[in-house]
Design a binder for this molecule. Structure first.
Ligand code: ATP
Length: 428
């Protein structure tokens, strides 16, 4: 069973994720993605964008600003209702979320005496910032969710493009929450990225049910296509007491993490709540009917998905640790090795191959130590292919390609290398 410590250690050792501001002692709830992690996250976001926008005719993209007029957050209700219930342990003054019962139970075991809790207080999660050069400065908020950027641009998108209901607006971007209990590595951070889509539909029960079920299925199928095993994921419908009062249906996609089943995407039927709050309507171009569309939302976390992909891919074998990431997600697609670093003709040939592959794929160069060690290093960052240039290459223009998951090797003509990698990636 992979532990969270396995992943934290791999992430630090191999350049996936570092603690934020580490040389100054860090800062709780913030993480920096290193060379491997930033590429993995970028690959994930690109695949999401392709699946949600490029391959569809009914969803368009958006990239709204992080800071908006504070009136947006007043209208959406976030300044009053974007809050978690906070309780404090009266023994040690540590703070907890009253809706995370398991964490509170675990804490009671840390004290010999009986723990007494304060009454829950609503704690607002919005992060404040101050703008302007004269006092008093204007108080603004770093967005607590990226969703509102879509709603405030609803009319702009309708007026400037040819979208017609049903259609969606999707975006990826940073969100900030002053979380009471950041933790479980990147799972609960104070700065994180979301990938979300708001799908606008006709306001009727039948459409609502149809599109909610459609997006549930779409999103689960997509995650499985990235390599999650069926048994690692599940839907969890929100209980009546946790569902926002305006939400008609809400379900989470959860991953079986070492710290328990945990949400990383929500699919919500938000009815007309958001557009209604912003007083936005839609005019049917054919019938002229004016109405407030309903919204089905798919709201995923990039950081949580990245963490869960790492947990899912981490495999400890007898002689190696291998990250069995989907080839399209792997930070490096192919690594090129000259058999010996001190043989000029091998290095030259290998450099040519390296530069040629680099135009199509994320390609790494390694000429340190022996080949076995180079393979092991690439396995730990999930590189699906390693290509070795040896003396036979100089004679007949063939190379050895080694496959990550099976560690098997094949001799192939150099000319066919790009094609072989392309086919393998397509079929994965
Ligand atoms: P939770 O109950 O865990 O606090 P939430 O239900 O408040 O999460 P949403 O508001 O539905 O989360 O946000 C949508 C997605 O954004 C989540 O499924 C998650 O992937 C991501 N997300 C939310 N909060 C955080 C966070 N603090 N750190 C990392 N990702 C987050």
């Amino acid at each position: 069973m992979t532990t969270l410590d396995d992943i934290v250690s791999l992430c630090k050792r191999r350049g996936f994720i570092y603690p934020g501001s580490e040389i100054y002692g860090g800062i709780t709830g913030f993480w920096d993605y290193g060379p491997m992690g930033s590429q993995l996250k970028r690959n994930l976001k690109n695949l999401w964008w392709k699946h949600m926008i490029q391959l569809r005719d009914d969803v368009v993209g958006l990239d709204a600003a992080i800071i908006m007029n504070p009136a947006v957050w007043e209208a959406s209700g976030h300044t009053t209702a974007f809050a978690d219930p906070l309780v404090e342990c009266k023994v040690c003054h540590k703070r907890f979320r009253a809706d995370k019962e398991e964490e509170m139970i675990a804490h009671t075991k840390e004290h010999k005496e009986a723990v007494v809790w304060t009454e829950p207080k609503q704690f607002n999660l919005l992060t404040e910032a101050y703008l302007g050069v004269t006092e008093p400065k204007q108080k603004v908020y770093l967005r607590g969710e990226i969703t509102q950027g879509v709603f405030v641009n609803f009319q702009n998108v309708v007026d400037s493009t040819r979208v017609k209901i049903p259609f969606g607006i999707a975006q990826i971007g940073k969100a900030f929450r002053n979380e009471i209990t950041p933790g479980n590595f990147t799972f609960r951070s104070r700065e994180f990225e979301q990938m979300e889509m708001e799908f606008f539909i006709k306001p009727d029960e039948e459409s609502g049910k149809k599109w909610f079920d459609y997006w549930k299925e779409q999103r689960m199928t997509w995650y499985r296509s990235l390599g999650f095993k069926a048994e690692s994921l599940r839907f969890r419908d929100h209980r009546d007491d946790e569902r926002a009062f305006y939400a008609k249906f809400a379900t989470d996609i959860e991953y079986q993490a070492p710290f328990g089943w945990s949400e990383f995407e929500g699919i919500h039927h938000r009815g007309d709540w958001d557009l209604g709050k912003h007083k936005l309507t839609y005019k049917d171009p054919v019938t002229g009917e004016i109405f407030t569309p309903w919204v089905i939302e798919t709201s995923g976390g990039v950081d949580r998905a990245t963490l869960f992909l790492l947990l899912e891919a981490y495999t400890k074998e007898e002689k190696r640790i291998v990250l069995k990431l989907h080839p399209s997600l792997a930070p490096t697609t192919v690594a090129v090795f000259p058999l010996m670093p001190n043989k000029q003709e091998l290095v030259e040939k290998a450099k040519n191959v390296y530069h040629q592959l680099k135009t199509d794929y994320s390609t790494a160069w390694d000429d340190r130590g022996n080949i076995g060690k180079r393979y092991l290093a690439q396995d730990e960052t999930g590189t699906p292919f390693c290509v070795t240039i040896d003396f036979t290459t100089l004679e007949d223009d063939t190379v050895t390609i080694r496959f990550r998951d099976t560690a098997s090797q094949e001799r192939v003509p150099l000319q066919k290398l790009t094609e072989i990698i392309k086919t393998y990636m397509k079929e994965a």
